[in-house]
Design a protein around this ligand. Structure first.
Ligand code: SF4
Length: 137
């Protein structure tokens, strides 16, 4: 039986949560995103997926469980999965997944090659150096 406490997190949201600074698609979305980020501090079990997740649940771009820009976002998910060595539906702990994202993508300055076309890229680009050892990307 599936553990109902498992939080579904789409793979590229491992990057979004790391960079989140209180901006988003709507006030409701931002508030919910803050709650998700807080919840991750308790290191819950998560299922890493390539489709709508807990973050998407309150997003105005979520149309009946499918992201309006799924053509882009699913590509981001697939790339994060590949670099982290995970497959769709992998079950793990948040800290394990967040560590993989940090080590294999963020600290290597590879975020932009995955989601550089995202509308929030300018915000993330200003913060990329916070994750790399020399402060450069
Ligand atoms: S834009 Fe798409 S992937 Fe991002 S939170 Fe909204 S529904 Fe989810």
């Amino acid at each position: 039986m599936e553990n109902t406490d498992i939080v579904r997190i789409r793979a590229h949201h491992g990057m979004c949560i790391a960079y989140f600074e209180g901006k988003g698609y709507s006030d409701g979305f931002v508030h919910h995103m803050m709650l998700v980020k807080q919840r991750m501090q308790d290191n819950p079990r998560i299922r890493v997926i390539c489709s709508a997740d807990e973050v998407c649940r309150l997003c105005p771009n979520n149309r009946d469980g499918v992201c309006e820009t799924a053509g882009l976002t699913e590509g981001y998910d697939t790339a994060v999965m590949r670099l982290c060595g995970l497959s769709d539906g992998a079950e793990t702990e948040w800290e394990e997944f967040a560590g993989l994202v940090k080590e294999r993508i963020l600290e290597k300055g590879r975020r932009k090659e995955i989601c550089g076309g995202c509308q929030w890229n300018d915000i993330c680009e200003r913060k990329d150096g916070e994750f790399t050892a020399d402060g450069k990307i």
